[in-house]
Design a protein around this ligand. Structure first.
Ligand code: RIB
Ligand code: CA
Length: 343
């Protein structure tokens, strides 16, 4: 089994990353850490508890993270993910609360319990991972693997002209995590795998993928979403998980359509989850990486020094290529089968 620790800012694509992990038979999800980002931390936590309630996995621990980034006030993006962070989905009210321990405590205690075994996956800001490493600098060396969705290297930002959302929310946290890995460079610690917009914006979910997902789950009717539909339409498909996800992703399709990307949805976080489970699906390029913190125009910009001009050691691996169709085939097969099993 692959032990995975998910740290997310649930969010529509974070929701599918969570479902993707739950649908992989070889994955044991150790805990879900709720980080402020797309929506405030407490709403992220409610979303995580609600998705786990919907699929009958209230045995999986949910931890509440810090209320704000390390050095700046929180910015959220309800316009992207909906007022509650899950688009139009109406999820069950969770019957349980978060666990007693904070997100930072969970990072430290779970990697101490299973040294060398835990795969960390961050699909939101790195706030809680950075807080954890401040108190426990041994975390990078105890992680089997770390995958982080975020950054943009040779690609426009989605939050500022050069900065990607997860970094833009908390640039200091990204800088601290990257410097922690620079400090252990050459000691055998597995360098973090970064999944930047350069690659994740090629992972375009279409209405046909949603149709195929419903069909794989045996959900009827298998619905074809369209940019011509009235905004806010609700799914009537039979499978409760497919229905909830369809309502969530419809909001995301509308957001992308309204921002000139077409009636598609970039599936940043589920792709990072797939890399966490099987890094071989991506081509990786190692480099020294850091984040601009002081630039008036460029704060939150990730920079890769491929030519080693800084004289620093490599501290990250950047996912630069993949096969999007193969990713969607696996997502549809595994999540569709998982949803079918819940019906
Ligand atoms: O820039 C995309 C990332 O920001 C994704 O993780 C999305 O969920 C938001 O958190
Ligand atoms: Ca996210």
């Amino acid at each position: 089994m692959t032990k995975v620790l998910l740290d997310c800012d649930t969010g529509i694509d974070d929701s599918l990353a969570l479902l993707y992990l739950l649908a992989q038979p070889e994955v044991r999800l150790e805990a879900v850490i709720s980080t402020a980002g797309n929506v405030p931390a407490r709403q992220v936590s409610q979303n995580n508890l609600s998705w786990l309630e919907l699929v009958g996995r209230d045995d999986i621990e949910v931890c509440l993270g810090a209320d704000a980034p390390l050095a700046t006030p929180l910015m959220t993006t309800e316009e992207t993910h909906g007022p509650l962070g899950v688009g139009y989905a109406e999820l069950p009210t969770p019957q349980r609360a978060e666990s007693h321990r904070s997100g930072a405590q969970a990072w430290s205690e779970i990697t101490r319990a299973y040294p060398g075994e835990v795969v960390g996956l961050v699909t939101g800001p790195c706030t809680n991972l950075a807080l954890a490493i401040r108190d426990d600098p041994g975390i990078p060396s105890r992680l089997r693997r770390l995958v982080i969705m975020g950054g943009a290297f040779h690609h426009p930002g989605n939050t500022t002209p050069t900065s990607e959302w997860n970094v833009a929310v908390d640039p200091e946290s990204w800088h601290e995590v990257l410097m922690a890995y620079q400090a252990v460079a050459g000691t055998g610690a597995a360098l973090p795998i970064l999944c930047p917009l350069d690659l994740t914006e090629t992972i375009e979910m279409t209405p046909d993928h949603v149709l195929r997902l419903a069909e794989a789950a045996g959900s009827t009717p298998a619905e074809v979403l369209s940019g011509e539909d009235d905004d806010g339409g609700r799914s009537v498909t039979s499978n409760p998980l497919i229905r909830a996800f369809t309502d969530a992703v419809r909001f995301y399709f509308e957001f992308h359509r309204d921002h000139d990307s077409g009636y598609i949805a970039h599936m940043h976080d589920p792709f990072a989850a797939a890399v966490a489970v099987d890094p071989s699906i991506a081509t990786l390029r190692t480099a020294p990486v850091d984040v601009e913190l002081a630039g008036s125009l460029t704060r939150g910009t990730t920079v890769a020094d491929h030519q080693h001009m800084w004289g620093r050691p490599d501290n990250a691996r950047i996912a630069v290529a993949t096969d999007p169709a193969a990713f969607f085939d696996r997502l549809i097969d595994t999540v569709g089968g998982y949803a079918r099993g819940l019906a």
